[in-house]
Design a protein around this ligand. Structure first.
Ligand code: COA
Length: 254
């Protein structure tokens, strides 16, 4: 089976690189499982002190595989995304993301669980959940307002606006915009790997303690709502419109 996540290790840093170019690095079940395994293994390996998550120079990820949404609707799929998100949340090591090109849906919301995010000038962030008849996930209803403020979170989550790299920097969604975000993320991860590991872990755990209960509650509420939305007539209308390349008609819904 072709792997869609390339894992490398160097100097205390594990790098997980999404590699599914034909689907713009869309996250299907196999990709989620590979990411989950990669994050868990790196989290447990005492030799690993930081984890870098990246995509390709052209695209970070187009988000959840839309075909998998359809398979879940047809009763033959599962939301492997949940396991991946739980692995990210439970990960005890610093997570550093490098983003170039599109980061759509969970491609943006997974970044909220990373400690550092470096973006290329080409990076674009979008959470089109409402466009798809869905609702936010990954505790983004708590973390996005906390990170970029409630007004900008409403623009992203309710209006589905596209956020370009300079705006993402101005809003605090990313740490820096740099020409080579993977090189910068790797440099930061290597710096972390040279620093006191216990002090780093403790500091990180203390930083996360503040939102931990809210993140858990949001994950649980969003998961229920997302499952319902996925089966809703609005989501079916959005998916059908996308497949037949027409504008969705939401006028008929109350
Ligand atoms: N799931 C499954 N396949 C996807 C995908 C996704 N999320 N995103 C892109 N693809 C596939 C396309 O269907 C296309 O496949 P094909 O060549 O077999 O027809 C291929 O990847 C290339 O996509 P394309 O749309 O032509 O690339 P683009 O560069 O013009 O646009 C995006 C890139 C990311 C803006 C666009 O693909 C997109 O909006 N994708 C959907 C994103 C989305 O809604 N994600 C879910 C969020 S919850």
């Amino acid at each position: 089976m072709t792997t869609t996540v390339v894992t490398t290790h160097a100097a205390g840093v594990t790098t997980l690189r999404l590699d599914r170019p034909s689907k713009k690095n869309a996250l299907d079940g196999a990709t989620y499982r590979a990411l989950t395994d990669g994050v868990r293994a790196a989290g447990e390996d005492p030799a690993v002190r930081a984890i870098v998550i990246t995509g390709s120079p052209e695209v970070f990820t187009s988000g959840n595989d839309l075909g998998d949404f359809a398979r879940i609707r047809a009763g033959s799929g599962d939301l492997a995304a949940m396991d991946f998100l739980r692995a990210l949340i439970a990960c005890p090591k610093p997570l550093v993301a490098a983003v170039a090109g599109w980061a759509v849906g969970i491609g943006t919301t997974l970044l909220l669980h990373c400690d550092f995010v470096y973006a290329a000038p080409s990076a674009r962030f979008r959470t089109p959940f409402v466009d798809l008849g869905l609702c936010p996930e990954a505790a983004s209803t708590v973390l996005l307002p906390a990170i970029i403020g409630p007004r900008h979170a409403a623009e992203m989550l309710i209006l589905g606006v596209t956020v370009d790299a300079p705006t993402a920097l101005a809003w605090g969604l990313v740490n820096e915009v740099v020409d080579d975000p993977l090189a910068r993320a790797t440099e930061i991860a290597a710096t972390i790997a040279r620093r006191a590991p216990g002090a780093t872990r403790t500091t990180r755990a203390l930083l996360r303690r503040v939102t931990a209960a809210d993140v858990d509650a949001a994950m649980a509420a969003e998961q229920v709502a997302f499952g319902e939305r996925l089966l809703s007539a609005e989501a079916v209308e959005a998916a059908t419109a996308m497949m037949t390349k027409r504008t969705p008609d939401f006028a008929k819904f109350t």
